[in-house]
Design a protein around this ligand. Structure first.
Ligand SMILES: [Fe+2]
Length: 291
C-alpha cells in the first residue's frame, strides 16, 4: 500500500541494516534525494542514538551536501577556525598532509581512543560526521566503541562500584602518548593547553540510558591514588573496546559515517602522513552536559 503523506514516504524510503549485534547500522536508500528531508533527518538522528554508528556506503557527498545534511540532523556546530585566516570553516579537513594541516601532530592524538570535546566548558558534540575523500592505501580505518553497550555489559557489582565516581579529564593526559612526537617549536604551546574537566565516569543521559566517559583524556579518579584510578580507567577503556562493543570501518572513497560522540569512543588505525588520506568533517551540537 502506498503511503499517502509525502513525509512518510520519504522517511520510509530509507532502511537500516544492523552491522553488528550491539553497534552499527548501514543505511540503504532508494533515491539519494530521500536523505535530504526533515523526516529523514529525524529518522537518521534516532538511529544514530540507537546504533551509535551509521554508515552511508559511497554516498559521495559534496561539501555543500554534507553541510546541508549536517544542518538537517543539526544543529550544525562550526568549531574549526583556519589558523592562518581566522575564518570559521564549514568543513574541517582531517589530514596529516603538512601542506594542508600545518600542525599534523594534533591529528596523531586520534590514533588513541577518545571522545571529542570532553575537556571544554560546553556539552560534548552530539555527533561527528565524516566523508572519506581519499583513503590511505594502508591503515586509516576508523574504529568506534559503544560506551552504552560497554556499560550495559558490565557485571552488576562493577556498575555499583562505578556509581558516583568522577574522573579528571585533561588535554595533557590525551597528549601523553604523542608528547615525544611534538616538535620542539610547538611543544610548550601544545602541552600547556591547560584544559581540565571533571566528569562522572557513568553518564546518565536525559533519556535514562547510561554510558561511560572514558578514553585518553581520562587521567585519574577523584579520591583515589593516581595509579589505582588510572588502572581502572584503562581497564574500562579496554572493556569498551572489545569486539562485541566496537566496530572497525574499512573506508571506501565516498563513504559517509555519522556517530554518536556522547555514547562512543573512536580512534583511527595509524596511517602514513604521505598517504593522501583525506576526510571531510562536520559536527552537530550536543545539548546535554555529562551528568
Ligand atoms: Fe576525534
Amino acid at each position: 500500500m502506498a503511503p499517502i503523506l509525502f513525509g512518510r514516504l520519504s522517511a520510509m524510503a530509507i532502511r537500516f541494516e544492523d552491522v553488528k549485534p550491539k553497534i552499527g547500522a548501514r543505511v540503504v536508500w532508494d533515491k539519494r534525494e530521500d536523505l535530504f528531508t526533515e523526516e529523514a533527518a529525524a529518522v537518521i538522528r534516532a538511529k544514530v542514538e540507537e546504533r551509535t554508528v551509521l554508515v552511508f556506503p559511497q554516498l559521495n557527498l559534496s561539501d555543500e551536501e554534507q553541510v546541508q545534511l549536517t544542518e538537517l540532523i543539526g544543529p550544525r556546530q562550526r568549531m574549526h577556525v583556519d589558523k592562518t585566516t581566522g575564518e570559521v570553516l564549514d568543513i574541517y579537513q582531517v589530514t596529516l598532509d603538512a601542506k594542508i594541516n600545518p600542525q599534523p601532530e594534533y591529528v596523531l592524538g586520534t590514533f588513541f581512543w577518545h571522545m571529542d570535546g570532553i575537556t571544554v566548558d560546553a556539552p560534548p558534540s552530539f555527533a561527528t560526521l565524516l566523508s572519506c575523500r581519499r583513503k590511505a592505501p594502508k591503515g586509516g580505518q576508523t574504529e568506534f566503541a559503544s560506551t552504552y553497550a560497554a556499560y550495559e555489559g558490565l557485571p552488576e557489582a562493577e556498575k555499583a562500584e562505578l556509581e558516583g565516581l568522577r574522573a579528571v579529564h585533561s588535554v595533557k593526559a590525551s597528549l601523553s602518548h604523542i608528547a615525544d612526537a611534538i616538535p620542539q617549536r610547538d611543544y610548550d604551546a601544545v602541552t600547556k593547553i591547560g584544559l581540565v574537566k571533571e566528569h562522572p565516569i557513568v553518564w546518565t543521559h536525559q533519556s535514562g540510558r547510561k554510558s561511560m566517559v572514558v578514553g585518553t583524556t581520562a587521567d585519574h579518579i577523584v579520591g583515589q591514588s593516581v595509579p589505582e584510578g588510572r588502572a581502572t580507567l584503562v581497564r574500562l577503556q579496554e572493556w569498551a573496546a572489545q569486539p562485541d562493543y566496537s566496530y572497525r570501518h574499512e573506508w571506501q572513497e565516498g563513504d559517509f559515517v555519522v556517530w554518536d560522540n556522547t555514547g562512543a569512543m573512536h580512534r583511527v588505525i595509524p596511517y602514513d602522513r604521505n598517504s593522501g588520506r583525506m576526510m571531510h568533517r562536520t559536527s552537530i551540537h550536543g545539548h546535554e552536559s555529562v551528568a
